[in-house]
Design a protein around this ligand. Structure first.
Ligand code: GLC
Length: 481
């Protein structure tokens, strides 16, 4: 089985969020199942030099972007047994950031055609092209409406994965007609038109042979107006070709047994040492009996931080230490900075991101707060549990599918959760968790063991993706829209 992964970011090359973690981990797992998996992504300026210097130019050709022809280089890199192709065009991708430019519509229109043209140039026609999020969403659309008529492309099946329905790639009509070269009649509500503009994500939802999202609960949620981001109607037409497949984490990257001070579920001494070390480093009281509560997150509305803001003063009255790492919306960054200066003995806030510090905080913490408003899957809670940190989450999306709130009667559960998007429900849950920590250490340890012993790896999900690919390839008919 030949699969081409098309994605806009990928660990260890470039990352802005969980999408990159998935693109970094899933191909490796699929490869171990015998799939010929290759990954194609833009060659951004920010890719570390060590990788850039190892890339080898495979092909050069021109890609039409409307009436212009743009240079496109395809560079290859082998890494961890997976083949990566980087789409090279200095003008579009050699910039400081990955996204957020006035011409993102043009940049990803170019990328779309570059991906499709690269198949012929490389003579690599995959059985399945697997696209992720809006940046790559026009690939299935152009495949269906244009490329499938060309030799080599006829039998390629497409899978589109929604990692976050909130970002859809909405642009003026000209992006469709002048840049992607798509005929005018597709500017229609049944196709790409979306409230007066065009919508890349909609294009994929209509045209891909199969749609997946990153958890079963999110799959159900996005069919409703509250979570559907105005696309629930389109998604409802595709319920027979829609599946939620839970993300995993790379258990080689996130492995408490391989950290600077290793530990495992049977022996948590190393975890305690890490905590004492971090307390010292952060200039907090060094005391293993003060629970450390952490947030490691993009600081955005999605992550439910307004709940934390709403009751922060109450939360911090408890005997706790609070550590935050992340960047994002200015209003949240500013709020947490203020909290740090108001509660200097208890609060530490690091605005920024460092993989190393993140791992140290996971290893040291006791509780992990993730009260998301919506959460397609969420990786933080999985990493937390692997490091013996009990998550406090809202029951939405992947949080609902991976965290089971501790139940005193059955003694089952690997964390704590609450249902409504309500700050006081969260506060109640937080106090409940702390109660176990301070007054029932046996139960606390039991929940930590349960959390650490569960399998959060990619193995099962990779198997499901592989099955899905095989299924699609074996069908004689592809999706008609
Ligand atoms: C997005 C979602 C997150 C998910 C990740 C990877 O970042 O917000 O919930 O875990 O994609 O699929």
């Amino acid at each position: 089985m030949k699969v081409l992964f098309t994605v806009s970011e990928c660990v260890p090359f470039v990352k802005s969020g969980g999408l990159a973690d998935v693109a970094g981990a899933l191909p490796k797992e699929l490869r171990s199942l015998g799939t010929d998996i290759r990954v194609i992504l833009p060659k951004y300026g920010g890719i570390p030099h060590g990788f850039l210097s190892r890339m080898k130019k495979k092909k050069e050709f021109f890609v039409s972007v409307g009436w212009r022809n743009q240079y496109c280089g395809i560079e290859e890199l082998q890494h961890d047994g997976v083949t990566y192709y980087f789409v090279d065009n200095e003008y579009y991708f050699n910039r400081d950031r990955m996204y957020g430019y006035f011409d993102d519509g043009e940049r990803f229109s170019f990328f779309t055609r570059a991906v499709l043209e690269s198949m012929e140039a490389l003579d690599f026609y995959p059985d399945v092209i697997h696209c992720h999020d809006w940046h790559t969403a026009m690939v299935p659309f152009l495949l269906k409406t244009e490329y499938q008529g060309r030799p080599g492309y006829e039998f390629i099946r497409s899978v589109f994965t929604i990692h976050n329905l909130q970002f859809q790639g909405i642009f003026p009509k000209g992006v469709m007609t002048d840049l992607l070269g798509i005929p005018d009649h597709y500017f229609h509500p049944e196709y790409l038109e979306f409230y007066g503009n065009i919508n890349f994500m909609k294009g994929a939802l209509l045209s891909s042979d199969f749609i997946t999202t990153v958890s079963p609960t999110y799959k159900d949620e996005i069919l409703t107006p509250y979570y559907g981001e105005k696309l629930h109607g389109v998604l409802r037409q595709r319920t027979n070709q829609l599946q939620g497949i839970l993300n995993g984490i790379d258990d080689e990257v996130y492995n408490p047994e391989e950290g600077p001070i290793p530990f495992r579920s049977g022996n948590l001494e190393g975890k305690t040492k890490t905590k004492l070390g971090l307390q010292e480093k952060l200039n907090l009281e060094v005391n293993e009996n003060i629970p450390m509560v952490s947030i490691i997150s993009r600081l955005t509305v999605q992550k439910g931080l307004e709940l934390v803001r709403g009751i922060f003063h109450e939360m911090i009255q408890e005997n706790v230490q609070f550590v935050l790492l992340g960047t994002g919306d200015w209003e949240f960054e500013q709020f947490f900075r203020e909290m740090e200066s108001q509660y200097p003995d208890k609060v530490r806030v690091k605005i920024g991101f460092s993989e190393e510090l993140a791992k140290e905080i996971y290893a040291a913490s006791d509780l992990f707060l993730m009260p998301s408003k919506f959460e397609p899957c969420g990786l933080g809670q999985l990493i937390a549990m692997r490091y013996g940190v009990l998550p406090i989450v809202r029951e939405t999306g992947g949080l609902n599918d991976t965290v089971q709130s501790y139940d005193e009667v059955s003694k089952a559960g690997n964390g704590f959760s609450f249902k409504n998007f309500n700050a006081h429900d969260m506060l109640y849950t937080y106090r409940r968790a702390l109660d176990f920590y301070h007054h029932d250490r046996e139960t606390w340890k039991h929940i930590v063991q349960t959390a650490m012993n569960k399998d959060y790896s990619w193995a099962q999900s990779a198997f499901k993706y592989n099955q899905l690919y095989a299924d699609l390839v074996s069908r004689s008919e592809s999706h008609v829209f």
